[in-house]
Design a protein around this ligand. Structure first.
Ligand SMILES: [Mn+2]
Length: 422
């Protein structure tokens, strides 16, 4: 099946007809687009903005530093921007988003995360994994929608690739391409061979199963990740006066969006950074990122094996204000010694005033990281209040965050309970 046929086959379950009609009806009006601040969220937002602007819609993009879209934020932004149509891209598919239909009647959730909570009935959802889980990305879903609406060009293709790489749905360095992505990938892989051909260079954060080969796409996705705080707000504005005003994923969004207007072929990561509109500061941020990565990875190699359950060795790392925590752990996961079928790596960081952060990573997903993180968050919510804990994710990767409210020993007590239940 080619990409056009694939989109036609998926259009029904993804509500493309209805969404396309809503976009057409918004011509000459105003759109508000929310996107997650990781590379996939950023590229999803860029593709949506490009699509909507081509349709003559005035677009405002927001890149909040929280994964889920909060009610207060939505209300406040509707008040100040008065949008006619709202997209929520790559920011999870939460059952409670259905209640947002009472706040605005034209909200579209475009996402690729499994549903958490009750099925949504009143808010429009564009999400290919509601039936069964498959690796894809928000950027691909946005690209499919833009293609359905008849509006894609190389900037959109490359944006989709960066998002797919950022969310691990494709690994061109090892030829591991999710089945769901193949109709798109196979259709463009020759055109963008320069971006996805294997090469020998510094291994990126994406080189976890092997460290010998990478691609320019992996490098570009890692750079966007570093510039955007990676969805985890690792900004460098506290170290350097020149970076003081960089406070959110907007820096990565703006730089990438500008570059994608005329994406030039590059042949090394320095060239990509050099071609960004704020390349001097981008270079600084990326250098800070690389040195933090080294420091965190060397600490994580000392993680403790705390339990073996269901053929899975479970390692636990505890630290304070750990930089680049889940990402460095994704590489370390493959370096932790194990004779068992699977390894789960649980990382814990005491963030001081900012609360507590757990990350979960698994090689094969035998123990479902997302279920663990969500279960822990729900248990914490029951104890300390709904607004203080959130958590969820994929079988292979998940997060749980707790805003400082409960004493640490209480949080760890609940965590230990969940761990012993495995
Ligand atoms: Mn995503």
């Amino acid at each position: 099946m080619n990409y056009a046929e694939f989109i036609r086959a998926e259009a029904g379950s993804l509500n493309f007809d209805k969404v396309s009609a809503r976009i057409e009806a918004a011509r000459g009006k105003k759109a508000l687009v929310y996107c997650h601040d990781d590379p996939d969220g950023i590229t999803s937002g860029i593709i949506l903005r490009r699509l909507l602007e081509k349709k003559g819609i005035d677009v405002t993009v927001k890149v909040p530093t929280t994964m889920e879209l909060e009610e207060f934020r939505l209300k406040k932004d509707i008040e100040s921007h008065k949008p006619d149509i709202i997209f929520v891209a790559d920011k999870a598919t939460m059952g409670y988003y259905d209640d947002y239909a009472d706040i605005h009647d034209n909200i579209i959730i475009l996402d690729h995360h499994p549903l958490l909570g009750e099925e949504l009935k009143r808010v429009m959802v564009v999400n290919p994994v509601l039936g069964s889980y498959q690796r894809c990305s928000g950027s691909l879903v946005a690209h499919m929608l833009a293609s359905f609406c008849g509006e894609v060009d190389p900037g959109d293709d490359i944006a989709a690739l960066i998002g797919l790489k950022g969310d691990w749905a494709i690994e061109p360095a090892t030829d591991d391409i999710s089945d769901y992505v193949k109709p798109f990938y196979d259709g463009i892989k020759e055109k963008y061979a320069w971006l996805i051909d294997k090469m020998e260079a510094r291994p990126t954060m994406f080189e976890v199963r092997q460290r010998a080969k990478t691609t320019l796409l992996n490098q570009a996705a890692e750079i966007i990740f570093a510039l955007g705080g990676g969805g985890f707000q690792y900004f460098y504005n506290d170290r350097d006066k020149e970076l003081a005003d960089i406070t959110s994923g907007e820096f990565a969004f703006d730089n990438l969006e500008e570059w994608l207007k005329n994406p030039s072929v590059f042949s090394a990561e320095e060239d990509f950074i050099g071609a960004l509109s704020d390349s001097a500061r981008a270079k600084k941020i990326f250098d800070y990122y690389l040195s933090d990565w080294e420091a965190t990875a060397s600490l994580m190699h000392k993680a403790d094996l705390v339990k073996t359950a269901q053929g899975t060795d479970i390692y636990l790392f505890k630290g304070e204000k750990v930089k680049l925590m889940p990402m460095a752990g994704s590489v370390v996961l493959y370096e932790l010694p194990s004779e068992n079928e699977d390894v789960m790596f649980i990382m814990f960081s005491d963030m001081g005033e900012k609360g507590v952060h757990f990350s979960f990573r698994s090689k094969n997903g035998k123990l479902h990281c997302g279920n663990f993180a969500h279960g822990l968050a729900v248990a914490l919510q029951e104890k300390i209040g709904k607004e203080y804990a959130s958590g969820g994710g994929h079988p292979f990767a998940a997060e749980c965050r707790i805003k400082k409210k409960a004493p640490l020993r209480e949080i760890m007590g609940l965590f230990e309970e969940k761990l012993s239940a495995l």
